[in-house]
Design a protein around this ligand. Structure first.
Ligand code: UD1
Ligand code: UDP
Length: 382
């Protein structure tokens, strides 16, 4: 029997797993293809949470995460660690997502073995090589390494065309984050986290501000400034509460707990918890009044659920929702965060305009489009 063409999906962090899960599922509908998974486990617990939810069982788990890992050693360990899987699997292509160190290093490892690369969520750019750091350069390098470029939006595709890529290699698909979201958000959802359920019940009719913060370039003073802006809002508006499930990064946690943990902020109105399971998180987002974030994925999820978005960064590679008026750039800046949240809390027309901006990031069918392109390339029938 002839071997089926094999795809090796390589990922390692929470957002890559969320966004590749729908693609892996869509590929599984092609019996003529074989899709395998290698996880670097650049994230450990936060990756495992997503693997469990989407019932993904990787064939290879490199288990690479170290506490407080630095970029050079992480990159080197991924490059070296992927070698046995690439050698054993001899995939026809390697599938990567986004702009993490795992995605970039997997692209490079594949290239060293002359294996073609397919890049999901291609073409995002800020134009500033240090913002976000190192993601802006990771994704630019991946564009050079990759053979198929799945752009989530026309804006991303235009960035790729401007960089001279042949149009036939660029496919505008929507972002697979929307595919995942639509399967997970439910009106009758019951939260798995008991701590979160109890806290939510205690908040009654307070307006829920949901925040996530983790960007490397904001560690230290900028992150503390964002927290102080949030604290000012909690003080000024007693009818608000704040949920901030903390990223596991120790550099991030130290600042968040110092600035927003007791006694710094109103403890009964702040949920400063562990990272939430994906279904808990997106269903909490569905109940939020508005969102403050520096996360990439959350910038796409919030508009998909009609939630006004305050971006705690000076620039973004996701400008589509800014252009529509559903998001504002507040900067990693105390006054900016305070100003934008105050407007959302006091100006109903402004709130309604932002909430009604619509979703430019996808229709929930992105994964199927990506799978169809790859299957055609590998001549596999559905
Ligand atoms: C990484 C990505 C970033 C992405 C983010 C998503 C890079 C350089 N950064 O950033 O692009 O937006 O993931 O969350 O690729 N940790 C744990 N448990 C976990 C996860 C992390 O303890 O499950 C701690 C570890 O101490 C680890 C640290 O967080 O060393 C940093 O993790 P790392 O993946 O290097 O960077 P992130 O800031 O998470
Ligand atoms: N997310 C989650 N639990 C949380 C916070 C976020 O499952 O407590 C999900 C969120 O729904 C989104 C993804 O994690 O799909 C975003 O990951 P993150 O912010 O870590 O990375 P980024 O998107 O910035 O690369």
């Amino acid at each position: 029997m002839t071997e089926r063409p094999r795809i090796l999906a390589v990922f390692g962090t929470r957002p890559e797993a969320v966004k590749l899960a729908p693609v892996i599922r869509a590929l599984s509908l092609y019996p003529g293809l074989e899709t395998r998974m290698a996880v670097t486990a650049q994230h450990r617990e936060m990756l495992d949470q997503v693997l469990t939810v989407f019932a993904l069982t990787p064939e290879y788990d490199l288990n690479l995460m170290r506490s407080g890992q630095e970029l050079p050693e992480l990159t080197a360990r991924i490059l070296r660690g992927l070698e046995p899987a690439l050698r054993a699997e001899r995939p026809r292509l390697v599938l990567v997502q986004g702009d993490t160190t795992t995605a970039f290093a997997a692209g490079l490892a594949a290239y060293y073995r002359r294996i073609p690369v397919a890049h999901v969520e291609a073409g995002l750019r800020t134009g500033d090589k240090y913002a976000p750091w190192p993601e802006e350069i990771n994704r630019r390098l991946l564009t050079v390494l990759a053979d198929w470029h799945f752009a989530p939006t026309e804006v991303a595709a235009a960035n790729l065309r401007r960089e001279g890529l042949p149009a036939g290699r660029i496919h505008v698909t929507g972002n697979t984050v929307v595919d995942a979201l639509l399967t997970a958000v439910r009106p009758d959802y019951r939260f798995c986290s008991q701590a979160l359920s109890a806290w939510l019940a205690a908040q009654g009719s307070r307006r829920l501000l949901l925040a996530t913060l983790h960007r490397r370039e904001n560690w230290g003073a900028p992150l503390a400034a964002v927290c102080r802006g949030l604290r000012e809002i909690l003080t000024e508006f007693p009818e608000t509460c704040l949920a901030l499930p903390m990223h596991r990064n120790p550099a991030v946690r130290a600042v968040l707990t110092r600035e927003l943990g007791p006694p710094a902020a109103a403890p009964e109105r702040v949920f400063l918890g562990e990272p939430l399971g994906y279904p808990d998180f997106v269903n909490l987002l569905a109940r939020a009044y508005c969102v403050v974030t520096d996360s990439g994925g959350v910038q796409e999820e919030a508009p998909s659920l009609g939630k006004p978005l305050v971006v705690a960064r000076a620039t973004t590679e996701r400008p589509e929702i800014l252009a529509r008026g559903g998001a504002v750039l507040a900067g990693a800046d105390q006054a900016g965060i305070r100003r934008e949240l105050r407007r959302l809390l006091t100006e109903p027309d402004h709130y309604a305009r932002m909430a009604g901006a619509g979703n430019p990031y996808g229709d929930g069918q992105a994964a199927g489009r990506i799978a169809a392109v790859l299957a055609a390339e590998l001549s596999a029938e559905p």
